[in-house]
Design a protein around this ligand. Structure first.
Ligand code: AFP
Length: 323
């Protein structure tokens, strides 16, 4: 079976980026171990010795953030970090070539029920002019990502990643600690009969989204002419993984619960990396009004509406926004 390193080399990934990705994944392996300990996390200690101290009372998302922060900032490859768990950008090596944004533990409310969670990451080139703690350097559109992916902590630990040469799925071989390619060049089926959306928010959506979902629910008697099934993991990593594996549409649209929040999910470390993975797998990734990857960020914690998945279904949904 092909190792991650070999695949990255075949995809023409520069050496320093390969080294950064391997460093980031070392942190994710540590998180995978912690997550697998469940309620025992923090009691049994770290596999990477002293990186995380006094974590006994900390929650897994805080521990995961600390692990990523420690390992990435010590690596030398990273100029600055931005995390869901940090209000501000963290400056690292002024000579570092890359910027890394991450959600250390997406779906963290699932930790209480031993369900799917994961780490999502996005990597950009660091502009030479930037000061390490300058947040404006992160404000690049998703089209500028050099690599993105997630590590899913499920029954097995899986990595989905793209460096712009297709989306590949790897499985962590816990016997030797390496990620092995288990599905190269994933292609999301163009059509689907499966959707994922939190329908408890239905009354808050825009009329176009209400109409779209009403038409899905009408099944073969409605305008879409087919019956749909619904799934909701409540962790974007879990839902997107399913969509990458067998198709579907995942939507977290704009809603009017809080006027200042144009959606729930974060552009820099949720929407952008998932959009990159999805497009590289032949799927669609839209806000309803345009390509997610072309959104020009104004804030490192900015929120956006997302429609991600099978290309024909995403296009069908976008069509309701135009009517
Ligand atoms: P948490 O990390 O706070 O559990 O949020 C997860 C998430 O950001 C995303 O992973 C899910 O798709 C979405 O929120 C679930 O949202 P609902 O609370 O509406 O189910």
């Amino acid at each position: 079976m092909k190792r991650l390193n070999t695949q990255l080399q075949e995809d023409g990934c520069p050496l320093e980026l390969i080294l950064l990705i391997r460093t980031l994944l070392a942190a994710c392996k540590e998180i995978s171990f912690r997550v697998s300990q469940g309620a025992l996390a923090g009691v049994l200690g770290s596999t990477l010795s002293d990186n995380v101290q006094g974590e006994r009372q900390k929650k897994l998302d805080v521990i995961s953030n600390q692990i990523l922060k420690d390992i990435l900032s010590e690596s030398g490859y990273v100029k600055a970090i931005s995390s869901e768990e940090e209000d501000n950008v963290i400056g690292c090596n002024p000579e570092g070539k890359y910027l890394v944004s991450f959600d250390p533990l997406d779906g963290s409310s699932n930790t209480d029920i031993n369900s799917l969670i994961g780490t999502i990451f996005s990597i950009f080139h660091a502009p030479q002019w930037m000061e390490p703690s300058d947040p404006s350097a992160f404000l690049q559109p998703g089209t500028q990502q050099v690599a993105a992916g997630y590590v899913l902590y499920g029954p097995s630990t899986m990595l989905a990643m793209t460096t712009g040469r297709g989306t590949h799925l790897y499985t962590l071989d816990k016997t030797h600690g390496g990620f092995l390619l288990t599905r190269g060049n994933v292609q999301v089926p163009k059509e689907t009969q499966e959707f994922a959306i939190n329908t408890s928010n239905q009354r808050h959506w825009e009329p176009c989204m209400q109409q779209y979902v009403a038409d899905l629910l009408a099944g073969d008697q409605g305008p879409r002419g087919k019956n749909y099934n619904m799934r909701w993991v409540a962790a974007m990593v879990g839902d997107i993984h399913r969509v990458l594996c067998r198709g579907g549409i995942f939507a977290y649209p704009w809603d009017n619960r809080e006027a200042k929040k144009p959606g729930k999910l974060r552009l820099m470390y949720e929407a952008n990396p998932m959009a990159f993975l999805m497009e590289q797998a032949g799927g669609g990734a839209s806000t309803g009004h345009g390509r997610i990857l072309e959104v020009m960020p104004t804030d490192i914690h900015q929120r956006v509406p997302v429609l991600l998945g099978s290309a024909d279904e995403v296009n069908a949904c976008v069509g309701y926004y135009k009517d």
